[in-house]
Design a protein around this ligand. Structure first.
Ligand code: PBG
Length: 324
């Protein structure tokens, strides 16, 4: 096993050798593309901190979905920015809310594209918090019913998978119960199980206009220092009925992804979040990093760590590379 008999460089000499011994393969099947829908028609507003990402009106979103499908990407993840916000986030669960309209349009215009919908109240509340407020704090149990209503109304609009990102305790069980009672026992839940209180969400909050008006999300999202607790979150979500569990963000939490892969056998998603995307774009714009190379390297790293699927704003760029 030792030099000079063994030389590990032998198998790295040519690209064909490297192809044969490559351990991790990123494929288009792994990708999920997030999209932001806003009110109006023919709206395509660039998000300044996320070059290449737009806030899209329903008609424009449908076009984007067609393109996503044409690239072979299996799924989109929808986020909505409503006409109006209020303190109970009613735009989230309105039968004719922005995401509900977007889902109906995509389902009508694009065949065989999986539509996943994000379930959270933060884009819909005037205060920007993920649930109902009581005495300046997010009221966990009162919020559950609204999250379940949101998931149900998105399912009724035609969503294929529901993805709660709020981090309230008990929300997977509440959503599962409501879906089952209303004829949606077949609908999978992709739970943002280990979601950290991360500075990497900064650009997303511009895109989704969901920055809390006061305080932060540390009372419900995980402390970046913890990984035992992340395993407890994942375990609980599985017990409550999650079909797919997620670690988020991805790049700064590869150890959490790897650990979740070892400890659980459910399909595992990783969310490469807005700040991860923005860092690459910003450095590339200055000529400091090679954009395509770094983008693909990061995605393969997330897969190597153990993710089965990756939510990424680079999905279309990566698909173009992977499709050759
Ligand atoms: C909450 C939600 C957030 C993201 C996805 N769902 C923001 C937050 O928790 O503040 C962040 C995604 C990203 O940064 O790309 N609805």
């Amino acid at each position: 096993m030792y030099f000079p008999k063994y030389r590990l460089r032998r198998l790295r000499r040519t690209e064909n050798l490297r192809r044969l011994v490559r351990e991790t393969r990123l494929v288009v099947d792994d990708l999920i593309y997030p999209l932001f829908v806003v009110p109006g028609r023919s709206v395509r507003t660039p998000v300044p901190s996320m070059p290449g990402v737009f806030q899209l009106s329903v008609d424009e979103l449908a076009k984007e979905a067609v393109e996503t499908k044409a690239l072979g990407i299996p799924a989109v993840l929808l986020f909505g920015i409503p006409e109006a916000k209020d303190d109970v986030g009613s735009g989230a669960y309105h039968p004719d809310g922005i995401v509900q309209r977007a889902v109906r349009e995509v389902k009508e215009k694009v065949r065989d594209l999986l539509v996943i919908t994000d379930v959270c109240l933060c884009e819909y509340t005037s205060h920007g918090h993920c649930g109902l407020l009581k005495g300046g704090e997010v009221d966990n149990d009162a919020t559950l019913e609204l999250l379940a209503r949101t998931a149900l109304s998105q399912a009724q609009a035609g969503a294929d998978v529901t993805a709660p990102s709020d981090m309230m305790d008990g929300r997977v069980a509440a959503i599962r119960e409501t879906l089952d009672r209303n004829g949606f026992s077949h609908l999978p839940i992709m739970a943002y199980a280990a979601k950290y209180a991360s500075g990497f969400y900064g650009p997303f909050r511009d895109a989704a206009q969901s920055t809390p008006q006061f305080g932060d999300r540390r009372s419900h999202q995980l402390d970046p220092a913890n990984s035992d607790e992340a395993m407890r979150e994942i375990r609980l979500d599985i017990e409550e009925g999650a079909d797919i569990v997620m670690v988020k963000p991805a790049l700064a939490y590869l150890d959490v992804i790897a650990r979740a892969r070892m400890e659980f056998d459910l399909p595992l998603a990783a969310y490469s979040v807005s700040g991860e995307y923005a860092m690459i774009k910003a450095a590339a714009a200055r000529g400091w990093l090679e954009e395509e190379r770094i983008t693909m390297e990061v995605l393969v790293a997330i897969k190597r760590a153990g993710a089965d699927m990756i939510i990424t704003y680079s999905a279309k760029d990566a698909a173009r590379v992977l499709n050759g």
